[in-house]
Design a protein around this ligand. Structure first.
Ligand code: ADP
Ligand code: MG
Length: 144
């Protein structure tokens, strides 16, 4: 996995980092992704999907549903908590059930569910660095 800090200058580079990461995944990983609106969380997940053998165009920002499931080399559960209105909702969607499944769970706005996240996970933060520059930091938490 490409742990550490990366700087990208456009969406294609961000997708490339996601693709590289996606290729290393074997299932069961939880990716907790944080960053402001427009930081590139969905873009990164498009690359991760590619790395899992899923068409990146299938990855869109979920609107009404909080979870999208995709079939690939390994299933990808794309969760976006942006529209979460109250913390109890996250229990209602059965977030924790995904963690014990064999797929990769990628969660946008993961900080909205911090108490529910597994200790063993990958934290990914994206930040705006002016213009089209983004900093992407990938950190392992616990044992993987
Ligand atoms: P988020 O899911 O974090 O809200 P998106 O991935 O949906 O963000 O959108 C990121 C937006 O920023 C896209 O419109 C993309 O084209 C643009 N962008 C510009 N530079 C970058 C970059 N280096 N990495 C990712 N996205 C970028
Ligand atoms: Mg998004």
């Amino acid at each position: 996995m490409n742990f550490g800090s990366h700087e990208t200058t456009g969406p294609d580079q961000t997708r490339h980092i996601g693709n590289t990461l996606g290729k290393t995944l074997s299932g069961g990983e939880v990716l907790a992704i944080t960053g402001d609106l427009g930081a590139g969380k969905t873009c990164l997940i498009q690359g991760i999907a590619q790395g899992l053998g899923i068409a990146s165009s299938d990855i869109t920002s979920p609107t009404f549903t909080l979870i999208h499931e995709h079939e690939g080399r390994i299933p990808l559960f794309h969760i976006d908590l942006y529209r979460l209105e109250k913390p109890t909702e996250v229990e209602a969607i059965g977030l924790e059930e995904y963690f014990s499944r064999d797929g990769v769970t990628a969660i946008e706005w993961a900080e909205r569910a911090t108490p529910l996240l597994p200790q063993n996970r990958v934290d990914i933060t994206l930040s705006h660095e002016g213009g089209n520059n983004r900093r992407i930091t990938i950190t392992k938490k616990g044992e993987l």
